[in-house]
Design a protein around this ligand. Structure first.
Ligand SMILES: [Zn+2]
Length: 320
């Protein structure tokens, strides 16, 4: 097994990674994601209730894991949408791009004392997830947006009470790929693991058929399933990615290439805000400007950046 030279947790900044691994001579591929500083920065953007912080941690981890399974230049987001207007969680989304840049945002109800109290009592990601409604209700989406290409949206069935189980079910149903997913978040750090048994190529299948000693390990997937289930939430949220892989699979021949660094970042820009103002229309935009004492302010929920436009700026947008 190839281990990175850094010792676990020696530098908080370098903990944020997606670490790929392969079990040698098998169709098994996996990834471990660990989020520390990038996650802390993401959830510091709003005064999120604890359960939402944790849910966003799981969603960010999942997005960072899943983008590793698709070969695109672009971004992948996971979106949860409540189907019930009484739900305390309106929606939540988390995104990761091919460069490992992550961001997330959620909308929740906390207007009444009762609602605030209800959030205070929740501490787990699964409790926030349950606000989507019971099994069968609530909607989960996986959006894949290749740069300059056509977007793809997959609807994930709400078959289970945890995000990880719903996503694993989706992978198995939609892609016919046996998938194990574990996600964890403690509100300070997050982490997860995804293991897949990829389909064999026709060539590989032929070779196996011709050669009984091809080294096929039928029990491998069963063994990996059992091993992967033994990982504890606190291991996923505190250990270094290589340490997690080593603890789980040290009996197997594991190959681990260089990890991909993950970091918080936002894709908002003044240009995108200008485009949004353009879509509102000049008359409406000038009305809003008037109401806001001569400035048009747009703030980005993902990163807190505030973009201010004065009357000259707004007029200029429509003069172009
Ligand atoms: Zn932003």
């Amino acid at each position: 097994m190839t281990l990175a030279t850094q010792t676990p947790n020696d530098d908080r900044g370098s903990v944020d990674v997606r670490q790929r691994f392969f079990i040698e001579d098998s169709p098994v591929r996996g990834d471990v994601v660990r989020l520390s500083r990038s996650y802390a920065t993401t959830i510091a953007q709003k005064a999120y209730p604890e359960a939402i912080k944790r849910l966003l941690g799981e969603m960010l981890t999942a997005a960072s894991l899943l983008i590793g399974t698709v070969k695109i230049d672009g971004h992948l987001s996971i979106q949860l949408q409540s189907s019930d207007s009484d739900s305390l969680l309106n929606w939540a989304m988390a995104e990761c791009n091919q460069d490992g840049v992550i961001r997330a945002l959620a909308s929740w109800k906390a207007e009444t004392d009762e609602q605030i109290h209800a959030w205070d009592k929740m501490t787990l990601a699964d409790e926030a997830f349950a606000e989507l409604g019971s099994t069968g209700q609530g909607v989960l989406f996986i959006n894949i947006q290749p740069d300059g290409g056509e977007a793809y949206q997959g609807i994930v069935e709400r078959t289970h009470d945890t995000l990880s189980e719903c996503l694993a079910h989706y992978q198995k149903q939609s892609a016919q790929i046996p998938t194990l997913i574990n996600l964890a978040s403690d509100g300070l750090q997050a982490g997860g693991i995804l293991v897949q048994m990829l389909p064999r190529t026709a060539e590989e299948a032929y070779e196996i058929e011709q050669n009984e000693d091809a080294g096929i390990d039928d029990d491998l997937w069963i063994r990996l399933s059992v091993l992967t289930r033994t990982v504890k939430d606190e291991e996923l949220t505190t250990l270094d990615a290589n340490e997690i892989i080593y603890r789980l699979y040290n009996e197997e021949s594991v190959v681990a290439p260089d990890p991909v660094a993950l970091a918080f970042g936002c894709t908002c820009s003044r240009e995108k805000c200008a485009t949004a103002i353009e879509q509102i229309g000049e008359a409406e935009a000038l009305d809003i400007l008037e109401e806001q004492n001569g400035t048009f302010e747009m703030d980005c929920g993902f990163c807190g950046e505030v973009y201010t436009f004065d009357k000259d700026n707004v007029t200029a947008i429509f003069a172009e």
